[in-house]
Write a protein that binds this ligand. Structure first.
Ligand SMILES: [Zn+2]
Length: 419
């Protein structure tokens, strides 16, 4: 049995408890065996020691909305690279994500099953990956990337590596696509339930898919015990999605009291993604994003903070997603700082740990530092409750464990036996 002992940490366990100084956490194989607030009187002799020196030990961060396989904002540009190059670029994104302290990510469209398999087999260092593969979009919807003058789509995906949107225009097509996706072991089904910023021929206010279409796909996920995610902005779009059985509302920038009440009744999770609007609004023009898309970004950005206030007042379960793509990949932890402006640092951190774990259906395994759970842990320099922005600095994430394995260690080695 492999044992790792974290000594003298400030424990931020993300159960909602206040941080506990001088704590000890003992990891045996892949799980957390013991959590002691204050010094542990009986320490195992045969163990690897990590002297935390008062640094903060907390659960690995999670991100419920990433796009690790979208390495270029312009899908046509990405496809000029060889498949090998694309794969290596995705590998870089996943390794950087782990090094930044994210031990689980939900890829909300794009990444296909190949990297989840490779990480499971230990072929690369990466976070636990929950993938949905292709998203489902109607013709002319958020996943239809054609400009009006294009008859055919700009790019095709590479099966198993990265997926492009699946266009569906009937309940039968939705059902078939959902079954195809679920058969690859996908975490759930992602539906484009309304217009989007980065799509050329729709508006944020548009609702997309009929009730029958949405319900057909969600039904397939539900009978397999899987979740459905909907990209959606407007109150009507949110209500439509919830009525169809969607339980993960992505973005939701125009959430109002009535749609929030409907979400609460249904037990749906709210996953705002503030970072992407912040970054694209600031840097999109220099990245060549067209003016009509930037206008939509600014409109969505303006609603983001208010939707979070509405969600909080309604008592919604608030998850955490950054929705970063291409060159924005290193900025996942910015989401916590943006959220903290409304929720405060502690609630923002809980959304990216405990609440996301519940949303993923993994509340018994990850999200808090508690005995019996998987040892997904990070040791950070400083106290994120006092300065949540420090989580944006990868260099301050000194140690990363995923399922008990030390994946990153940027500390001086310490003695192999108890002092
Ligand atoms: Zn997204």
């Amino acid at each position: 049995m492999a044992t790792t002992v974290f000594r003298d940490c400030v424990l931020l366990d993300c159960t909602g408890a206040e941080p506990a100084p001088r704590s000890t956490v003992i990891v045996e194989d892949e799980r957390i065996a013991r959590v002691v607030r204050g010094d542990e009187p009986t320490l195992p002799r045969d163990a690897e020691w990590i002297d935390c020196g008062g640094r903060t030990l907390m659960p690995g961060l999670t991100d419920a909305h990433v796009h690790c396989a979208i390495v270029e904002t312009d899908p046509g540009k990405a496809r000029r690279d060889s498949v090998a190059t694309i794969a290596l670029r995705i590998k870089d994104v996943l390794e950087q994500t782990l090094d930044a302290g994210f031990t689980t990510v939900r890829d909300a469209f794009g990444l296909d099953w190949g990297f989840a398999q490779a990480i499971d087999r230990g072929l690369l260092r990466g976070p636990r990956v929950l993938f949905v593969g292709p998203c489902l979009s109607q013709t002319g919807g958020h996943g239809d990337w054609r400009e009006p003058h294009h008859q055919h789509g700009p790019v095709e995906g590479v099966y198993g590596l990265f997926a492009t949107p699946r266009i569906c225009d009937s309940p039968d097509e939705m059902r078939r696509a959902a079954r195809e996706i679920l058969r690859t072991g996908a975490h759930g089904i992602k539906i484009m339930g309304g217009g989007g910023c980065m799509s050329p021929t729709d508006e944020l206010e548009h609702t997309q898919f009929t009730i029958e279409e949405r319900s057909a796909a969600v039904h397939e996920a539900t009978v397999q015990g899987k979740i459905s995610l909907a990209h959606v902005y407007t109150p009507q779009g949110i209500v439509n999605a919830v009525e169809a059985g969607v339980r993960s509302i992505e973005h939701g920038n125009f959430l109002d009291e009535a749609s929030a009440a409907r979400m609460r009744e249904a037990g749906a999770y709210f996953v705002p993604t503030l970072t992407t609007y912040e970054l694209i609004s600031a840097f999109g023009a220099s990245q060549g994003i067209p003016a009509n898309m930037l206008a939509k970004i600014d409109k969505a950005k303006a609603g983001g903070q208010q939707s979070l206030e509405v969600a909080r007042a309604a008592g919604l379960k608030i998850g955490s997603g950054s929705d970063v793509l291409s060159s924005m990949q290193p900025f996942k932890a910015m989401e916590l700082a943006l959220k903290a402006k409304v929720l405060g640092a502690h609630e923002a951190i809980l959304s990216a740990t405990r609440t996301n774990a519940e949303l993923f259906g993994l509340a018994d395994e990850i999200g808090t530092v508690e005995e019996g759970k998987l040892a997904d842990l990070i040791l950070v320099d400083g106290q994120p409750l006092d300065d949540v922005a420090l989580l944006q600095d990868t260099a301050r994430v000194h140690v990363v464990l995923r399922s008990g394995r030390i994946c990153k260690r940027a500390l001086e080695p310490t003695s192999a036996s108890p002092p």
